[in-house]
Design a binder for this molecule. Sequence first.
Ligand code: GLA
Length: 333
Amino acid sequence: MDKKPVPALRDTYREYFDIGAAVNLETIVSQKDVLTAHFNSITAENDMKFERVHPEEDVYTFEAADRIADFAAAHGMKLRGHTLVWHNQTPDWVFAGKDGRPADRETLLARMKDHIDTVVGRYKGIAYAWDVVNEAVEDKADVWLRRSPWLDLIGEDFIANAFEFAHAADPQAVLFYNDYNECQPEKRDKIIRLVRGLKERDVPIHGVGLQGHWNLYGPSLDTIREAVEQYAALGLQLQITELDLSVFEFEDRRTDLLAPTPEMVERQEELYEKVFALFREYKEVLTAVTFWGASDDYTWLDGFPVRGRKNWPFVFDVNHQPKGSFWKISDFR
Ligand code: GLA
């Protein structure tokens, strides 16, 4: 029997937005088939983060990041840079001063500038975009910004400074603020307030990254729609930067499933269909949808929030074959 030809996702979405995947040194080999068949953009899952490229003050290590950049170039894919200033995966030396005391503001700003100059400079003309600041807004409703050494030692303008440094290092790069729980109304409003404040002060910010780590039980489509609508009104471009639709509700700590249940499969297909229909509606502002992986054989969700529990969050299965969800987002014309 003839198999139905599988249209490339990036071609299906050519007139809408780029289709991206997060990759690492293993997956550019093990998932090369699905990556090169369907995606036209990649993000390094970890290999461009501070601790990977700048482990010690005078040591930069770009071997892994370069291999990812080379993979993008070899396959005609765009490259998103991820990420410059974040509270996680940043080595302790960055925040350390003399005699075991924390670094002073000037020292930390100088280190931030050196890091951004060097990393953004290296991929100038290669990475077309950067997640400049990641996850600076607090989840708790009554707290504005997340406490971190960046905030504690520099103050709120660490965010504006990061964007200024990135813009100076590559004036062509599209600069993003990126965050999760981005649809949750209180946090959404804070992210919008932050971005608006930056724009009003003419800080070079060009886009908002909505991570999109969602699950089959939330946020609801209405909540996602409301968020996308409000972010779109900022007048900047939007990208979905880390999409995965976990089959487990966040509180669900079950570990006994060997495959998604039929109910999960059905819900996932329905949600993929609806969110992509929504994304298509916003094609004027939405410039890319990047999955945080490519196919179900590898996802960070296998280790989070329950270590060693398999998850199946993508539209390609563990054998890189299209799932029902793939057809739901492909057959819309
Ligand atoms: C955040 C970060 C990503 C990644 C995911 C989990 O969303 O932005 O780089 O670490 O968490 O994999």
